[in-house]
Design a protein around this ligand. Structure first.
Ligand code: PEP
Ligand code: MN
Length: 340
């Protein structure tokens, strides 16, 4: 990583970028308020041949020691990334609340949920049209029809849409409606899929794999970032442990640890960790107070009739009260739930 002097001119910055590219590495420019950094991403021998120490405008050249280069805190000198997604901010002091059904089922269900969660203060709508199900015999999502329902819900509610992509063949259809592409826990290490969403340039919500370490999560994010897509949100959604009293163990420690390791925003999914409704509010409050940049939570107008994940879905009528509690918990960590 090349740290530029505060007095470096545009021309000197351009020259360094050209030099980086001339050795076959990729230059990654990061212009913060106080410091300009140029990451040189490439194999070790190429980068070693840069010879930029002492070049005009260059303060110094430092190696990024972590295996994940673009995701590391070092790249941004400790500043945290704030993303703006269709007018809705996430990161820094901006808390995002992403709410909606596990899966899109009907027009009425999707619209009712979208309008109700928006009125209660949610900043984005979630809902899957392509569902990663453990059983191949379970409902797999409505596919294109589901995407059309999400498009209508977006038009009617004004909320940005978060929806899952599982197969690169569905990318173009997903890009028509998704403001954020969700990569599910089971696909966290699907490297061709990660590279493809990296190239697509749309913000990505990357869920931690069921048994993945934080370093593996960050390396997966690196696959997206490496393609030039800087808009990655990490999601802790519970990991598999020896405990069987609930669906997964929500790793709250991951929140402050990720904050140390990466500049990327970190959200928490209490629904899939909990597996049941009664745990969703306490886990959400703990996550918000621990400094998460947002929550992605399942909500349904009629959870008893939900096709999937009904037992963990919040009732729509309970959602406004839930939002008030989450706002207070986020405030403990100095974050504000921004209105859309
Ligand atoms: C989901 O968000 O609906 C989902 C399937 O989550 P995960 O990939 O975390 O299991
Ligand atoms: Mn679900």
């Amino acid at each position: 990583m090349i740290v530029m002097k505060s007095t470096a001119t545009e021309e000197q910055i351009r020259h360094v970028i050209e030099r980086v590219e001339s050795v076959g590495a990729r230059a990654h420019l990061s212009q913060g308020e106080e410091v300009t950094l140029i990451g040189a991403i490439g194999d070790r021998e190429h980068v070693a041949r840069l010879g930029l120490e002492g070049a005009p405008g260059v303060e110094n050249v430092v190696p990024i020691l972590k295996p994940y280069k673009l995701a590391s805190t070092q790249l941004r000198h400790g500043e945290h990334t704030v993303l703006e997604i269709a007018g809705s901010k996430i990161g820094g002091s901006n808390f995002a609340l992403i709410a909606g059904p596990c899966t899109v089922e009907t027009h009425a269900q999707t619209l009712a949920t979208a309008v109700a969660v928006r009125d209660a203060g949610a900043t984005m709508l979630r809902g899957g049209a392509y569902k990663p199900r453990t059983s191949p015999y379970a409902f797999q999502g409505l596919g294109l029809e589901g995407l059309r329902m999400l498009a209508d819900a977006k038009a009617q509610s004004g909320l940005p849409i978060v929806t899952e992509l599982m197969d690169t063949r569905d990318l173009d259809a997903i890009l028509e409606v998704a403001d954020v592409i969700q990569i599910g826990a089971r696909n966290m290490q699907n490297y061709p899929l990660l590279a493809e969403v990296g190239r697509a340039g749309r913000p990505v919500l990357l869920k931690r794999g069921l048994s993945s370490t934080l370093e593996e999560l960050l390396m997966a994010a690196e696959y997206v970032l490496k393609e030039g897509n800087e808009a990655v949100i990490l999601c802790e959604r519970g990991i598999r442990t020896f405990e069987t009293a609930y669906r997964f163990t929500l790793d709250l420690t991951a929140i402050p640890v990720l904050k140390e390791l990466t500049h990327l925003p970190v959200v928490v999914d209490p629904s899939h960790a909990a597996g049941r409704r009664s745990l969703v509010t306490p886990l959400s409050l703990a996550a918000a107070a621990a400094g998460a940049d947002g929550i992605i939570v399942e909500v349904h107008p009629n959870p008893e009739e939900a096709i999937c994940d009904g037992p963990q879905a919040l009732y729509l009528e309970d959602f406004p009260g839930y939002v008030e509690q989450v706002k207070r918990a986020a405030a403990v960590a100095g974050k504000v739930l921004a209105a859309v």
